[in-house]
Structure formats: C-alpha cells, structure tokens
Design a protein around this ligand. Structure first.
Ligand SMILES: C[S@@+](CC[C@H](N)C(=O)[O-])C[C@H]1O[C@@H](n2cnc3c(N)ncnc32)[C@H](O)[C@@H]1O
Length: 219
C-alpha cells in the first residue's frame, strides 16, 4: 500500500469498513455473522452491492451519483479497499461501506436474505486458461447464493471482456430457476452506471468485445 492508502486504512476504516468475524482464512466470514443493514448504514435505503470492486472506481462514482442508495463494496484485495476508502473519504461519502471478504461467504453469511436491490459483478477475474476456468466466480453455486440475497425483482448486472466467460455466465444464469433475462437479443446494452475502468480499457485495447448481462430475480 502507498502511504496515502495506509493512512486511509488506518483513519477511514473505522467508519467505512464493516468489522467481520473470521473463520480459518483471513478473508473468510464466520457463519452466523449476518449484518443488519439499517444499523450498518444508519438508515433504510435500497442496497447496491459490488463484488470484486477492485480500486473502487465504479462504486465510488455510483455512490456519489446516488446519495439515496446504500452501497457495499466486497473485495479481497486490501490495497484496493484502501484506495476505495481514500477516494470515498475525499468525496465525503457516507452511503458506502466496504467488506474485506471472500464474495461467496459474504453472500452466504454476512448479507441477510432478500436484502439486496442490485448486485454488480464487473470484470471478474477471467481465469481464461482452460486449466483454470474452474476457479471462476460465476458458477451455478454462486448464482444460487446471489439469488438468495437479492430481493424479488432485484437485479444482477455483470460485465466481462472474455467471450467464453460471458457464454458461461449466460448458460449458468439462464439455467438458474431464480433468474430471468432482463435484456433482448444476445447481450444487454452497456450499463450506463458503470464507469470505464482499467480492466475494460485493457480488454477493448486488446480487441475484445465487452459483454454486459442483466438478470432479474424472479418475484
Ligand atoms: C479483474 S478485477 C476487476 C475489478 C473491478 N471490478 C474493475 O472492473 O475495475 C477482479 C477483482 O475481483 C476481486 N476478487 C476476486 N475474487 C474475489 C472473491 N472471491 N471475493 C471478493 N473479491 C474477489 C479481485 O481481488 C479483483 O480486485
């Protein structure tokens, strides 16, 4: 971490980082440590969660643009969380919280069921080598966890620049009984609430198409 990130970690995390009880691994979430969103954010408001928020560019931008919504950044990369807090603090955000945690465990143990209005997964690690694809986040098991935290009619937004991962997302989510497509044609239009991040820029520069997907949790 840079000096500024370390300072943000020390000074801002007491306000923004949700303290969590761990299991064995350092980014695990202990079973039974469900939060009460009204207490964490100090109000009841629509909740938007970004998984794998990286440096936080998308979520800081969105939280600034939508002060009426509560936002949660979920990330395992501590320097990214520190960078997010640094920017959120400079923007005087009080509607953003962060959790240092493994996303599937955050969905299973930290978030109450049917508490989330939108769940975002933008440019998840592609694990594009054939022998690594089984490490990908978006699987049938993950879809079931995502469905469990989304409210009825809640929205799942995804984006990737890897065509075979986009195809995998479509086959997993089309097969998930809790989700229905919220787009016509092969792909969703680009989500205009998504700012351009380095990952999207890198994919485009390499000549890859960016694929957006939007699904709705069945009522
Ligand atoms: C390719 S980066 C994209 C970051 C960001 N969404 C963007 O578009 O700039 C993927 C991010 O997902 C995070 N990540 C990977 N696996 C995760 C997991 N199991 N739980 C939480 N975050 C995870 C990584 O640390 C990384 O920051």
């Amino acid at each position: 971490m840079s000096e500024a990130q370390q300072r943000a970690w020390n000074d801002v995390s007491p306000r923004m980082l949700i303290p969590v009880e761990r299991d064995a691994a350092s980014t695990s979430i202990r079973k039974g440590s469900t939060i009460d969103p009204a207490a964490v954010w100090g109000r009841t408001a629509p909740l938007i969660v970004e998984i794998g928020s990286g440096q936080g560019h998308a979520i800081v931008h969105a939280a600034t643009a939508q002060p009426g919504a509560n936002f949660l950044a979920v990330e395992v990369f501590r320097a990214g969380l520190a960078r997010t807090m640094l920017d959120a603090d400079q923007a005087n955000l009080d509607n953003l919280r962060l959790v240092e945690g493994n996303a599937p465990e955050v969905l299973e143990h930290l978030l109450p069921s049917a508490s989330v209005d939108e769940l975002w997964i933008f440019f998840p690690d592609p694990w594009h080598k054939k022998k690594h694809t089984k490490r990908r986040l978006v699987t049938a098991e993950f879809a079931a966890l995502a469905a469990s935290v989304l409210r009825p009619n809640g929205v799942l937004r995804l984006a990737t620049d890897w065509q075979d991962y986009a195809d995998q997302m479509v086959s997993v989510l089309d097969a998930a009984p809790e989700f229905t497509r919220a787009f016509d044609g092969d792909w969703a239009p680009r989500f205009d609430g998504r700012v351009l991040t380095a990952f999207e820029r890198k994919g485009t520069r390499a000549g890859r198409e960016i694929r957006d997907l939007t699904y709705r949790r069945s009522a």
